[in-house]
Write a protein that binds this ligand. Structure first.
Ligand SMILES: [Zn+2]
Length: 403
């Protein structure tokens, strides 16, 4: 088809179904009147599209009862409670979280597995994830999985799912996506970088919904950034954009997992905070909670440790501000707590180190999804095919019955 050819009616119908489902997915519950106003389509067209999505088992329509004013109440459209769900997975250094996430981002069930050092090979993590699928299925009301997407703390080739480098898991060139795909059989599998997925979730339905130049800085044991420029993800030539954790702040600084010295991660990652607070590494959730609780309670050493991290974080943010001029920077993972305990130290450092103009306009905020931004972003990726083409939805049970 040439670019000047008129779209065929089926293509228009498919496009409009995708628009309606995407609106319901983003907002959860919408009236037919909302949909009509947002999409600029006629009431009868919206009615027909909603009926088709209802037949596909993707949405349900209810007529609101009570509180009726003059005129007919508008039907309310919501995701079908037994509709498809995404299997979203967040692989962190210390645990693997798997969740069943329904349309509109509702978490239907979740399973958290602690990881010992010996359990973090790609093969072992694949096993844990696959074994959790039936447990998640037991927690949902009867829908079926549409796909699985996995967040990892490392660089990822999105086409192949190969993890190039995940220093804190000690993975190099691991064909994790291929391994997962062969274990998941016919369930489509995607793998993405944690910060890239986190910024996607916050941009689509969280703390960055209203801005198109957005950065999400994730700080756990590792540090990275997910970047949206002009409303689109910035992934770089081969997916390595945003690896700010390995920007060298001082070549004579502490040794980093990546082999260099003085990377930003060695100044603002979890291990840096524990070391400054006098708590032995390796990092655990309990140790981190203890340090933040002590800092909030006014313990001088813990508070001074958090403030040192806050100052270095502000310097790191200032570099991002000078390069990207974002309108908002979301601080996620433990950096969200650093910002909560010592906001003035972060802001003062941004002001001190960034150029005046972009430094004055940038807003800093905490993520809307707390620790779940990457997990929610994984769900967005798993739903992407369905949202782009709702007619592709063929529940396996229905397909099996038709055979
Ligand atoms: Zn490094």
């Amino acid at each position: 088809m040439t670019s000047s050819a008129a779209a065929r009616p089926e293509a228009i119908r498919q496009h409009n179904l995708a628009l309606v489902l995407s609106e319901v997915h983003r907002d959860g519950t919408l009236s037919r009147a909302d949909l009509t106003a947002r999409l600029g389509l006629s009431r009868s067209t919206i009615g027909a599209l909603v009926a088709e999505l209802t037949d596909l088992g993707l949405v349900e329509e209810l007529v609101p009862t009570g509180g009726a004013r003059a005129g007919r109440p508008s039907h309310v459209v919501s995701p079908h409670p037994e509709g498809p769900y995404a299997i979203a997975v967040d692989v962190d250094i210390a645990h693997v979280t798997t969740a069943a996430v329904g349309l509109s981002g509702v978490v239907l069930g979740r399973h958290v597995l602690a990881l010992g050092p010996a359990a973090s090979s790609p093969k072992a993590i694949t096993r844990l994830i696959i074994d959790s699928i039936p447990l998640l299925q037991d927690m949902v009301r009867g829908g079926e999985p549409v796909g699985m997407a996995v967040s990892v703390p490392g660089t990822v080739d999105r086409r192949t799912g190969t993890v190039g480098f995940a220093p804190n898991l000690e993975w190099r060139n691991e064909p994790f996506g291929a391994l997962l795909q062969s274990a998941a059989r016919d369930l489509p599998v995607d793998v993405g970088n944690d910060a890239d997925l986190a910024v996607l979730a916050e941009h689509s339905r969280g703390a960055g919904r209203d801005c198109d130049d957005l950065v999400y800085v994730i700080g756990r044991v590792g540090v990275g950034a997910g970047i949206i420029v002009n409303g689109r993800p910035l992934l770089g030539h081969d997916g390595h954009a945003g690896e700010i954790g390995h920007n060298v702040m001082d070549p004579s600084g502490p040794e980093c997992h990546c082999g260099k010295h003085g990377c930003l991660e060695t100044y603002i990652g979890d291990n840096a905070l524990l070391t400054l607070a006098g708590v032995p590494t390796p990092t655990t959730d309990d140790k981190m909670h203890t340090v933040f609780a002590a800092a909030r309670g006014g313990n001088p050493r813990a508070l001074s440790a958090v403030r040192r991290i806050a100052e270095s974080l502000g310097r790191g943010v200032a570099e991002l501000v000078n390069v990207l001029n974002p309108d908002r920077v979301i601080l996620g993972g433990t950096l969200s707590e650093v910002f909560d305990v010592a906001p003035a130290d972060v802001l003062t450092a941004v002001e001190r180190y960034a150029m005046d103009a972009p430094g004055q306009t940038v807003e800093l905020s905490q993520p809307a999804f707390g620790e779940d931004s990457a997990l929610m972003g994984a769900a967005e990726v798993a739903f992407a095919r369905l949202l782009g083409d709702p007619l592709s939805w063929r529940p396996r049970r229905a397909a099996a019955a038709a055979r």
